[in-house]
Design a protein. Structure first.
Length: 413
C-alpha cells in the first residue's frame, strides 16, 4: 500500500508508531496522543533547510502502529521498542543520559523509582530502564503499573506500614507481609512490562493463577485473574477505554461492588418445547470471549418451561465451575424477566455462588435485580444498558443458532 494511503488508515488514538525502511528494518519509533495527526506531520512539506526529519522521511517505506489506552502507556512501550530495535533515528534518546530512567534497586525487596543517571540522582546499584523523554509521563505510567503490581517506592524501609499499604498500592514488605519470593515475582512482572514482553507476562500470570486454583487458593487466584484483566486493558487500546465507561455506569446503576469485567449471559431457545437448548456466552472487557461460550441441550425439563430450563443450565454451569475450582464471572445476566431471574437465583443460592445476577426483559428493556419488586429503568442512551443489550443479543443469537442446527439435523435423520 502507498504511504499516502497508509496515512488515511492510521487511527486517531494514542499509541506507538514504527517507521521502517525498504528492508522493513525499524528506523524510528515514536509515540503520540493521536497517531494519525503525529505521523501525518512528518509528511508535510517544510520551507526550511534539509533536516534530519527530512532524511528520515525519504527512507520510510512502511509504517506500523500499536494502540495504547494513554500516552503514558505509549511512553513505556516506546522505550522498550527503542531498546529492542535500536533505530538509527532514535540515537539521541538512547545516548543522552540526562533523560529520566526507571531504576529497580538491587535489594531484598527492590523499590522502583524514577532517576536521572547523569545528575547522579538515584545512581545506586540496580537495573535501569529507559531513557524516557518525559518525567511526568513516566511517573503517570508507573502509577498505572503500580495499581496492578504493588511494589514499594519508599526511599528507606519504614518500621510500620505507610499510607501506600492502606490504600492498596503496596503489600507492606516492611513488616514481612509478603514473602521475598512473592515480592520478587511482582518485580519480575514489572520488568516484563518495562521490556515490552507482553506474552511472557501473560504466560507467567496464567501459570501462577492455575497453580493457585489447583491448590484451592482461590483468593490468590482471583487476584492474579484481576491482574491478567488489568494487563489486558493496559495493552488492548481504545476499545477497553470505552468498555470501562460502560462498566462503570453499569456498576452505579445496579449497585455492584465494582465494574464487571467478565460477564456470562444465558438464554433459552426451543420450538413449542421441542429441541430445547440453552446458551451461555462470555464477554471479557466488553468483547466476546468465544473460547468460553457453552451450549446446553436441555435434559431435565419436558415441554415449555423457560424458568426451569434457565435453572437447569445455570445449575449445570456453576456446579461444574465449583467442581473444577475454576474462577467465576463478575456478573451473571439472564435473558428474561422476574421469573427467569428468580429461577437462576435459587440455583445459585443452592450452590452457594456469591456472584451478582440480573435479568433483562426484551419488550421494555427492563432490568431486574434480586430482592427488588420493581425493575430498574435505564435511559435508552445509557452506556450500561447498551452493554447489557449487546451481551443479551449475543446470547440470543448463539442459542437460536444451536437450536436451528439441532432442528435441521433432526430433519435429515
Amino acid at each position: 500500500m502507498d504511504i499516502k494511503e497508509v496515512l488515511k488508515h492510521i487511527p486517531v488514538s494514542s499509541g506507538v508508531y514504527l517507521m521502517k525502511d525498504v528492508r522493513e528494518k525499524v528506523i524510528y519509533v515514536g509515540k503520540a496522543i493521536s497517531l494519525r495527526r503525529r505521523v501525518q506531520s512528518y509528511f508535510r512539506k517544510g520551507t526550511g533547510p534539509f533536516s534530519k526529519t527530512d532524511r528520515l522521511v525519504t527512507e520510510i517505506k512502511k509504517i506500523d502502529w500499536i494502540l495504547t489506552t494513554s500516552e503514558a502507556e505509549a511512553l513505556l512501550l516506546e522505550a522498550s521498542l527503542i531498546k529492542k530495535y535500536h533505530p538509527k533515528y532514535n540515537i539521541d534518546l538512547r545516548d543522552d543520559k540526562s533523560y529520566p530512567s526507571i531504576l529497580i534497586t538491587k535489594e531484598k525487596y527492590p523499590k522502583v523509582d524514577v532517576v536521572r543517571p547523569r545528575m547522579g540522582k538515584g545512581a545506586g546499584e540496580g537495573r535501569l530502564f529507559g531513557p524516557y523523554v518525559d518525567a511526568t509521563l513516566v511517573r503517570e505510567a508507573l502509577t498505572i503499573v503500580r495499581r496492578i503490581f504493588h511494589y514499594r517506592s519508599c526511599r528507606a524501609m519504614p518500621d510500620k506500614p505507610c499510607l501506600d499499604y492502606h490504600i492498596g498500592l503496596c503489600d507492606a514488605p516492611c513488616i514481612q507481609n509478603i514473602s521475598v519470593k512473592e515480592y520478587q515475582s511482582i518485580i519480575g512482572h514489572v520488568v516484563f512490562i518495562l521490556e515490552g514482553r507482553k506474552d511472557d507476562l501473560y504466560r507467567s500470570l496464567r501459570a501462577r493463577m492455575e497453580e493457585c486454583a489447583k491448590a484451592k487458593e482461590f483468593e490468590k487466584a482471583a487476584v492474579l485473574r484481576d491482574q491478567i484483566r488489568a494487563v489486558g486493558a493496559l495493552y488492548s487500546g481504545t476499545k477497553d477505554v470505552n468498555y470501562y465507561k460502560e462498566a462503570e455506569q453499569l456498576k452505579m446503576s445496579l449497585g455492584l461492588s465494582r465494574p464487571p469485567e467478565r460477564v456470562e449471559a444465558f438464554d433459552i431457545s426451543n420450538t413449542m418445547g421441542h429441541e430445547s437448548v440453552g446458551s451461555m456466552v462470555s464477554f471479557l472487557n466488553g468483547a466476546p470471549d468465544k473460547n468460553n461460550y457453552r451450549r446446553f441441550r436441555i435434559r431435565e425439563v419436558a415441554g415449555i418451561d423457560d424458568f426451569q430450563m434457565i435453572a437447569e443450565v445455570v445449575r449445570r454451569r456453576y456446579a461444574r465451575l465449583k467442581k473444577e475450582g475454576a474462577l467465576f464471572p463478575d456478573l451473571i445476566l439472564v435473558d428474561g424477566g422476574k421469573g427467569q431471574l428468580s429461577a437462576a437465583k435459587v440455583e445459585l443460592d443452592k450452590l452457594d455462588v456469591k456472584v451478582p445476577v440480573v435479568s433483562i426483559a426484551k419488550r421494555e428493556e427492563e432490568v431486574f435485580i434480586p430482592g427488588k419488586r420493581a425493575p430498574i429503568i435505564l435511559s435508552k442512551t445509557s452506556l450500561g444498558l447498551k452493554l447489557l443489550q449487546r451481551i443479551r443479543d449475543e446470547a440470543h443469537r448463539f442459542a437460536i443458532g444451536y437450536h436451528r442446527h439441532l432442528r435441521s439435523k433432526k430433519a435429515f435423520d
